[in-house]
Design a protein around this ligand. Structure first.
Ligand code: AMP
Length: 428
């Protein structure tokens, strides 16, 4: 943790142990990873980013001489029962290829005898969510998982916003620390939230405003500017009384958008709002790749037409604003990037951010759809950080406490208290 603080050059309120604080020699190490990866209909892993991101922790623990590494993850939403298509078999196969060593997949995650450590140094437990106790944060379930090992590592950032047994309750039963991935996510994103190099600009897109109120609110206090795109823009326009044709509008978010705009104006001078909206849009006559399209100013969206992407003037305007930035956080695509015709805004801004990264700007891509978009454009490696956690990174940027991280802090504080009370007893 000291290392994390010095990297950030600040005192974070986070206080937990990391891998470097432990001696793993001859230890059995239980690692919570997030291998909830997409599969195709033939159950092939179609995106292995999350598996790859776990490798630095796994390799480190193995190199340090761990006796056995026991991995645990969930996959999909089996809702507490065995669902064949959510077995971790394809994940074990891919991990085996990436790690270049045997990975033994167990038939269940609890009430089993683990394979012998001599023949199976890497073990993957079957899907945790085949048991309802996992999502209920059940103590007895966590205790059973903990019984497999001497040390617990949380390297599943994507599940750290969940108070689930393998993320939360388990820290009560084993010495616990964060893995390299969790440490990296918190280091980069923590700096942006606490002490960003300025100007700090956020780019927000996607569909819903109501879902992102807390995020926008928190960012209004921290960012110099917030550039809006995606369907979210039309909710903001409706809040100003513009007609938005058939564009997707989050009706529940209109009032919220209006409040945010008022707040945004108050935070800076009257004619320089913090929230910046698109000045033009690519519109379509239907939600379809083969739709007829046009590019229009925001006030000119006729009924029957819908905004599908930010227009060229907006792209240029946003690039101009981003030019001077030192930190950029991006959450949510700027258009319907899944359709080629409407992916230009998202792609051009992604490419521009990649260029800025090369010039030393810190660029952070929140997980979920934004991560999927940059992946689609083949740009994933071109940013300072692409988060592996959609929901987790969103909650982190909303300023919420992540239960999985809080559990690591509690475990650390408990170990300190125990150490100190031991010392006092000795003195007596
Ligand atoms: P969210 O989950 O709120 O981040 O929304 C992501 C989704 O917003 C993606 O699937 C995009 O296709 C969609 N999206 C972005 N721009 C638009 C738009 N102008 N109209 C409709 N959907 C959009």
């Amino acid at each position: 943790m000291a290392e994390l603080n010095s990297k950030l050059n600040l005192k974070l309120s986070l206080n937990f142990l990391t891998l470097k604080d432990f001696d793993f020699k001859n230890k059995k190490v239980l690692v919570r990873v997030d291998f909830n990866v997409p599969l195709d209909e033939n159950l092939n892993v179609t995106n292995d980013k999350r598996i790859k991101e776990s490798l630095s922790t796994l390799t480190y623990v193995l190199e340090q001489g761990a006796k056995q590494v026991i991995l645990m993850s969930h996959l999909g939403r089996p809702d507490g029962r065995i669902v064949e298509k959510y077995r971790l078999t394809p994940v074990a196969k891919r991990l085996e290829q990436l790690l270049r060593q045997k990975v033994a997949l167990t038939e269940d995650c609890i009430d089993i005898k683990l394979p012998d450590a001599k023949n199976s140094r890497v073990v993957l437990l079957e899907n945790l969510r085949f048991h309802p106790e996992e999502e209920k944060n059940d103590e007895a379930f966590a205790k059973k998982l903990a019984s497999y090992a001497d040390v617990y590592v949380n390297d599943g950032f994507g599940v750290s916003h969940r108070a689930h047994a393998s993320v939360h309750a388990i820290t009560r039963f084993l010495p616990s620390c964060a893995g390299f991935l969790v440490e990296k996510e918190l280091t980069v994103m923590g700096k942006a939230m606490i002490n960003p190099d300025k100007p700090f600009i956020a780019i927000l897109g996607g569909a819903k405003v109501a879902d992102k109120i807390k995020l926008i609110d928190n960012l209004l206090a921290k960012c110099d500017k917030i550039l809006i795109g995606g369907a979210m823009a039309y909710t903001f326009y409706r809040a100003q009384g513009f007609s938005t044709g058939a564009s997707k509008v989050d009706e529940d978010g209109i009032e919220v958008a209006s409040d945010l705009l008022k707040k945004s104006g108050k935070l800076v001078s009257k004619d320089a709002n913090k929230i910046i909206l698109p000045v033009d849009n690519v519109v379509a006559d239907k939600f379809d790749e083969n739709a007829n399209t046009d590019t229009v100013a925001i006030k000119d969206i006729d009924s029957g037409w819908m905004g599908m992407d930010i227009g060229p003037l907006t792209i240029d305007k946003y690039k101009e604003i981003l030019k001077t930035s030192k930190t950029v956080l991006w959450n949510g695509p700027l258009g319907v990037f899944e359709m080629k015709k409407f992916s230009r805004g998202t792609e051009e801004i992604a490419k521009y951010l990649a260029q800025l990264t090369g010039k030393g700007v810190t660029t952070i891509i929140g997980g979920g759809d934004s991560a999927a978009a940059v992946e689609k454009f083949g740009l994933s490696s071109k940013f300072t950080h692409v988060s592996t956690g959609g929901g987790a990174s969103l909650e982190f940027f909303e300023g919420k406490e992540l239960p999985g991280i809080k559990a690591l802090e509690d475990s650390y504080n408990k170990s300190i208290t125990k150490k100190n009370s031991g010392k006092k007893k000795k003195k007596k």
